[in-house]
Design a protein around this ligand. Structure first.
Ligand code: PLP
Length: 341
């Protein structure tokens, strides 16, 4: 298969239209058989549920070329089950999990010419999503839905190495207790845009959200979970019902324990204890781990001993091990890597 003529190394994290996308429609209580199509546009009625009441959820995962030249994707079954959870919370029909994984495989295979080569640092980002499509004006769930998957090649997240970022403690809340913070709904992002634009204007890369009820516990950022490394080398990661269960974070917990022999604590993390940690990072599919150098709390700085020059040493080991598994340089736990080609 001939690759597209793309300068992989200079790609950013943006939308590049590829040749095929997967579409399945839900009507009269059932999903149709689904198909790969070439039309990148979605044409819906002006009153579609997604436009009026934001009935939509999404997923994000990546496909890569491994060291030995195979195209693979990473734990798509977890994206399938998380999207099923999102759908149930939003009163949408679940797209069957086995069909989800199959549709991811078919979409990537059809767009194999856009999967960046091994060593380029670039990857193919895959975006499954679902929306209410029929007209809805009274407040209720739609009756008809569309499930789609498109993909887009994205560049290396860190050009020239991962530099630690400075983040701020946000005065805005991301997710209410008993709300929708634990599902991947567009609505969680719509209302975080003002907070992130504000943080960027103030010179910060990201927001740290605290638990809205007490403002004493660390939750997450707008799109990534936190990991902390203690001075004695443990991995600590916040636990809360309103945190989105990151697949990267869950994978790092396994990597820490099973590959690196670390102790892992998944528990409430109090803002007051951040001073005692040695390293901090943000984890998610896009960057795997972004190191955090400083947290600004209304002018008071918490500076991690790992500094502002490079990723902390333990964070780096976690990063290298997980990306080694993803790229086929290290043996993966059973079921983590799904071979596409
Ligand atoms: C998607 C997302 C993450 C990261 O999850 P991954 O599965 O690791 O990509 C973290 N927090 C939020 C709010 C998210 O939407």
């Amino acid at each position: 298969m001939e690759k597209k003529n793309i300068d992989w190394a200079s790609l950013g994290f943006g939308y590049v239209q590829t040749d095929y996308r997967y579409v399945s429609n839900y009507k009269d209580g059932a999903w149709d058989e689904g198909a790969l199509i070439t039309d990148a546009n979605v044409v819906l009625n002006e009153c579609a549920g997604v436009f009026q009441y934001a009935q939509t959820c999404f997923e994000g995962l990546k496909a890569y070329t491994t060291e030995d030249g195979h195209i693979v994707c990473f734990r798509p079954d977890l994206n399938a089950s998380r999207m099923a959870d999102s759908a149930r919370r939003l009163e949408m029909p679940v797209f069957p999990e086995d069909r989800f994984v199959d549709a991811v495989v078919r979409t990537v295979r059809a767009n194999a010419a856009y999967v960046p080569p091994y060593g380029s640092g670039a990857t193919l980002y895959i975006r499954p999503y679902m929306m209410g499509t029929n007209p809805v004006i009274g407040v209720k769930p739609a009756d008809e839905y569309q499930f789609r998957i498109f993909c887009t090649p994205v560049g290396p997240y860190f050009k020239g190495g991962a530099k630690p970022i400075v983040i701020k403690v946000s005065d805005f809340d991301r997710a209410a207790p008993q709300g929708t913070g634990h599902i991947k709904a567009g609505l969680n992002y719509a209302m975080s845009l003002h907070a992130i634009v504000t943080a960027h204007e103030e010179g910060f890369a990201e927001n740290m959200y605290l638990d809205p009820r007490t403002r004493t516990r660390v939750e997450e950022t707008g799109g990534a979970n936190f990991i902390f490394i203690t001075k004695d080398g443990k991995l600590v990661t916040p636990k809360s019902d309103s945190i989105l269960p990151s697949i990267t974070r869950r994978s790092l917990m396994v990597v820490a324990e099973k590959y690196l022999g670390m102790t892992v604590e998944h528990r409430e993390v109090f803002f007051d204890e951040l001073d005692s940690f040695a390293e901090c990072g943000l984890c998610g599919t896009a960057a795997v781990i972004s190191p955090v150098g400083k947290i600004n709390d209304h002018g008071r700085e918490i500076a991690f001993p790992s500094g502002m020059e490079e990723m902390g040493p333990v964070t780096k080991k976690l990063y290298d091990t997980l990306t080694g598994i993803q790229m086929g340089r290290l043996e993966a736990p059973e079921g983590w890597i799904v071979k596409i080609d």
